[in-house]
Design a binder for this molecule. Structure first.
Ligand code: MN
Length: 230
């Protein structure tokens, strides 16, 4: 292929205990998928799921320093379980969903909350609050052959050693198999699609210099440091 300028490098995430990297195609995110978080955002907790996306190249490796993004004074953390699609498909049945999963990772759906809320309140798209550079911290990918399908147990975030989020994967309103099935009835899933499955209660602000430690049952720990303002 003859391009008019060099194409961008393939976005990718690290793979645990491997030098190989996992290519990222799209990043889907589930909104308000834990009841207590939906309530803290002032919303009903029984609504059907809804989705937004981040660009593939918003992904940042575990251990990175995340630059404090522009145009916000309320950068928020959201620790999440990330499901990694390894086999694509459309109209996937809930009972078949887990056969499409390559593995799992820990993620942080960083959010410019002030921008998100301002856009929400006037009925405009959220993208500027969610889909900015470096907005998707994704820890190393763990294959299903090693970690199985985590569906119950802790999902936790500390900031400078203080527990901010401490939920349980079994508190998801729509579980991972349901989410995969629902997305696949609207979009054809493909290998390398990542699904950030929503955050438990306790979201809040971070500031330059903060050290974040994310942990999910069976997936170890992922750290990140908030860097200086861009
Ligand atoms: Mn989120």
């Amino acid at each position: 292929m003859d391009y008019v300028f060099a194409p961008p490098p393939q976005a990718s995430i690290a793979v645990a205990n491997s030098d190989a990297r996992l290519p990222v195609r799209r990043v889907f995110c589930v909104g308000r998928n834990y009841a207590a978080h939906a309530r803290e955002m002032g919303m009903d907790d029984r609504d059907p799921p809804f989705f937004f996306t981040k660009p593939a190249d918003a992904v940042v490796d575990a251990g990175s320093t995340i630059p404090y993004p522009p145009e916000t004074n309320d950068l928020n953390h959201e620790v999440e379980l990330v499901a990694i699609i390894g086999t694509g498909g459309r109209n996937i049945a809930v009972e078949d969903s887990l056969n499409h999963v390559w593995g799992y990772a820990i993620g942080n759906d960083f959010t410019r909350r002030d921008i998100q809320i301002a856009l929400r309140n006037v009925g405009r798209p959220w993208d500027w609050g969610k889909a900015f550079d470096n907005s998707a911290l994704i820890g190393p990918a763990h294959p299903v052959s090693v970690v199985g399908h985590p569906s119950e147990g802790f999902i936790r975030l500390t900031v400078n050693g203080e527990v901010r989020q401490d939920g349980n994967l079994n508190e998801m309103i729509w579980n991972v198999p349901e989410v995969i099935s629902i997305i696949s009835h609207s979009m054809e899933l493909k290998p390398g699609d990542l699904i950030m499955s929503g955050t438990p209660a306790g979201v809040g602000p971070v500031k330059p210099g903060d050290v974040l430690v994310h942990s999910v049952v069976g997936l170890g720990e992922v750290t990140a440091t908030i860097g200086a303002r861009l």
